[in-house]
Design a protein around this ligand. Structure first.
Ligand code: KG4
Ligand code: ZN
Length: 381
């Protein structure tokens, strides 16, 4: 239920940053969808530009590392323990009082449902007690809108989102107006990095470990497949490549350190080549459907990978568009991106009722297109 009729704005109307209805706002944002407990206060000025007043992120990696991955129950309990203190710190650091807030935003999904419930319920309590609007934010939308906070990027642009749970190419056409151009049909890219790391005995989270090992490895030693190469759609697939690494690793077992480096280098090179090809196709589809994008933007933990960043830069240059990447702390999960997405929605009058239900799955383009073929896969949410 919405306080006001939810409108899906046409991207042509929201293309510029100046909206006639704009007023300045101050929004508290809460993020608890995975293993980061985070809160931030962001200001959105009336010209549409943004400023981060505070951004507190507590990573629970140490709690989950012994298990080799995020344990939902442990994450939810940690959010309960930590969130109040983190919200208080965010408010204090921003020197903002609850009564000065224009709204409170929480990531209402997609994500691990226990954590989402903790964050959304906390936001609802603040909204109720301080009589301020609630904005239920799609976590993916928050990643998608971050370059408007950091660089005042105008619509439309192309987003490559690659994290532990998502791998998508998205046409970002306006607030609330997203079209998924490609998605993974099996594993998310960060998930594949993590699983490869685990099978090679490297600690969690595996992405940075695989990147480090790959730097000393020979990418040519193994002829790993390049998934989806040359396919006319812009989808990804990573499980076949992951299995090829597993097969090679068990053939070589016991592994020498150089074997591990070479396996990581081979895996990363194949993932990278496939990504470049998929983005090349994605940008072509974007141009055919929506005209030239203002930028190719990368977000999500995998975007921290230097080799992948280099490949994305090349793809953007070849497509005649600029490559943009928010600073690392705003690429990975954080509260500022939730606050900012909340502020963008608030400026359009898009607020939500206190009955808004948390969502484990929530397609970014659910309001705009029919669900993609792979909507029910883990990585397709
Ligand atoms: O966005 P993020 O911090 O959290 C979510 O998954 O939402 O992304 C974490 C993922 C993990 O799978 C991690 O292994 C991967 O991003 N990652 C990397 C690198 N740094 C983090 N993958 C490849 N190379 C990296 N340098
Ligand atoms: Zn995320």
């Amino acid at each position: 239920m919405l306080r006001r009729a939810r409108k899906t704005p046409d991207w042509r109307q929201t293309q510029g940053l100046n909206l006639a209805t704009d007023t300045a706002s101050l929004v508290l944002g809460i993020e608890t969808t995975c293993d980061e407990t985070a809160a931030a206060v962001v200001e959105r000025r009336s010209d549409g530009s943004g400023r981060i007043l505070s951004n507190i992120v507590h990573s629970q990696i140490e709690d989950h590392a012994p298990f080799g991955g995020v344990v939902p129950e442990i994450a939810a309990r940690a959010h309960v323990d930590l969130l109040d203190g983190i919200v208080a710190r965010a408010m204090q650091q921003a020197a903002v009082n609850f009564k000065n807030l224009s709204g409170v935003a929480a990531a209402a999904g997609p994500g691990l449902i226990g954590g989402v419930i903790v964050g959304l319920t906390t936001a609802k309590a603040i909204a109720l007690v301080h009589n301020t609007p609630l904005i239920a934010v799609n976590h993916l939308e928050a990643h998608a809108l971050t370059p408007r906070l950091t660089d005042a990027l105008a619509f439309p642009y192309c987003l490559f989102l690659a994290s532990g749970g998502h791998t998508q190419i998205v046409a970002v056409l306006g607030v609330g107006n997203y079209v998924r151009l490609g998605t993974t049909v099996d594993d998310a890219m960060g998930e594949a990095f993590d699983k490869v790391a685990k099978m090679l005995g490297l600690p969690y989270p595996g992405g940075p470990q695989v990147e480090r090992a790959a730097a000393s490895g020979d990418a040519e030693r193994f002829a790993f497949p390049r998934p989806m190469l040359g396919r006319p759609d812009a989808n990804f697939s990573l499980s076949g490549l992951k299995t090829a690494v597993r097969n090679e690793a068990s053939r070589l077992s016991p592994l020498e350190p150089q074997d591990i480096n070479d396996l990581c280098a081979g895996f990363q090179a194949a993932a990278l080549e496939s990504t470049a090809d998929r983005l090349h196709v994605g940008l072509r589809i974007f141009r055919e459907r929506f005209g030239a994008p203002h930028a190719l933007v990368a977000a999500g933990g995998v975007a921290a990978n230097q080799a992948i960043r280099g490949a994305l830069q090349q793809v953007a240059t070849a497509a005649g568009t600029q490559f943009m990447i928010p600073p690392p702390a705003l690429c990975t999960d954080n509260g500022a991106m939730i606050a900012w997405a909340g502020a963008e929605r608030l400026a359009l009058g898009l607020v939500d009722s206190l009955e808004f239900a948390p969502r484990a799955r929530w397609l970014l383009d659910a309001n705009v297109t029919t669900p993609a073929k792979f909507a029910n896969t883990r990585a397709g949410f």
